[in-house]
Design a protein around this ligand. Structure first.
Ligand code: SF4
Ligand code: SF4
Length: 416
């Protein structure tokens, strides 16, 4: 698509990147068919092709208004359109630019500004979010449903392993997950301990930056990325094998550090090495389990003769579209002999999408209901997924337990 950049954007990093992404789009519209917001709203401007057209207008110098902002806000950043696009259009990075430019030009009403400020500042600070979540969990039974949906019931995390191993990996010292579902990190540490790998949490690291990035606070997100690079770097220098991430939303963000810091001469090289060392748990763990799969399958077979557990898996968008990791968890479950149910529309977003379920609750609930209908069509005993946001969002809409797959695996390995 030929683009005539506005004078103020010519020669800038955003301008060059937007132009090169737009050049690839041939406006065929294949992406529209798989876009969740287009499917719900039926408006071309609430699909990827329409949004690309709106962003092209912005970079060409047309002044955006609240309507353009609303169409971009309604995008889930699920990147399903990238998976569908035959021309390899890098929609996600174009959206980053488009949202940033629109944010600078269109002011938001006070209520929206306050809500976005609160999300940005509270969710990404553990000293604020941890006690707030703890209090929320104490008073959960008396919370109004709209708030109760955002506060998962507290489940004990279980003990962290104490053994040390020569093989070490880092996990995130993340923002919301340890407070909402501390069992995910503990289960990760226990499973890795069983295969002879020690999990290390570097306390100087913190939120991956995704929340700020997707709320338009690029400067704040880059600061968090640089802080994490600084915190993790000495570990990589000492031989830590990988940064293994058990929340696919955070994994997608950390894998983007090299792109985000490419123009920072102090950090570009280190960020590239961090990205090379970063693995989603779903892509890293199966190889570590290769020697124990048969024994584990036999162990589970004996257990399931009594329980006959049926499982449905939801692959988060940040795993299947953002990181392009497809089928790894499903193959692992199948190799373990799990009764995994087929799930229709598994490419579609569940509506969680970071802070989307707070900022766009009506669309998020429609997508959640549709996703749960697909996941529960085969009457599973358990729903598994791979990202904290999806887990909490889905669990709020069903009585069927929703767990991270590593929690399920931890429990399975513990039954002897
Ligand atoms: S983003 Fe890809 S699929 Fe969508 S209109 Fe452009 S070229 Fe076609
Ligand atoms: S990222 Fe998702 S919601 Fe946004 S345009 Fe692409 S498919 Fe649609």
């Amino acid at each position: 698509m030929e683009t005539h950049l506005a004078g103020w954007l010519k020669g800038t990093a955003d301008g060059l990147e937007a132009e090169s992404i737009l050049r690839k789009c041939v406006h065929c519209g294949f992406c529209t068919a798989t876009c969740p917001t287009y499917q719900l709203l039926g408006d071309e401007l609430d699909g990827p092709r329409g949004r690309i057209y709106l962003m092209k207008q912005v970079v060409e110098g047309h002044e955006p208004g609240t309507s353009t902002q609303a169409h971009l806000d309604r995008c889930l950043t699920c990147r399903n359109c990238e998976s569908t696009c035959p021309s390899g259009v890098d929609y996600g990075h174009l959206l980053d630019i488009g949202r940033r430019l629109v944010e600078q030009r269109v002011s938001r009403p006070l209520g929206q500004r306050l809500l976005r400020f609160a999300l940005r500042e509270v969710l990404t600070r553990r000293w604020l979010f941890d006690p707030a979540m703890r209090i929320g969990q104490w008073v959960r039974p008396v919370l109004p449903p709209v708030l109760r949906d955002k506060v998962p019931a507290r489940r004990p995390a279980g003990a962290w392993p104490r053994r040390e191993h020569p093989r070490k990996v880092l996990i995130l010292n993340g923002c919301t997950q340890p407070a909402m579902m501390p069992g995910i990190d503990a289960a990760t540490a226990r499973v890795l301990d069983r295969v002879g790998v020690q999990v290390v949490v570097e306390r100087r690291s913190g939120c991956c930056g995704a929340i700020r990035h997707h709320l338009g606070d690029t400067g704040g997100a880059l600061e968090q990325a640089r802080r994490n690079v600084d915190a993790w770097w000495p570990h990589l220098e000492r031989g830590t094998e990988a940064i293994v991430i058990n929340a696919s939303g955070c994994g997608a963000m950390v894998k983007d550090y090299a792109h985000l810091l490419r123009d920072d001469s102090r950090y570009a090289g280190r960020a590239q090495r961090i990205v090379e060392a970063t693995k989603d748990l779903a892509e890293w763990l199966p190889a570590q389990l290769a020697d124990s799969i048969d024994a584990l399958r036999a162990q589970l077979g004996a257990r399931d003769a009594d329980r006959g557990e049926r499982v449905a898996f939801h692959p988060p968008c940040t795993l299947q579209h953002g990181q392009r990791i497809r089928g790894e968890v499903e193959r692992l479950l199948d190799a373990l002999g799990v009764a995994r149910l087929a799930v229709a529309e598994s490419h579609l977003c569940c509506g969680s999408a970071g802070t989307y379920s707070v900022l766009q609750p009506a669309l998020a609930l429609q997508l959640r209901d549709r996703k749960l209908a697909s996941l529960q069509a085969g009457a599973p005993d358990l729903i598994l997924s791979a990202n904290i946001g999806c887990l909490a969002h889905l669990q709020a809409g069903t009585a069927t337990p929703v767990r991270h797959w590593i929690e399920w695996l931890d429990q399975a390995m513990d039954l002897r």
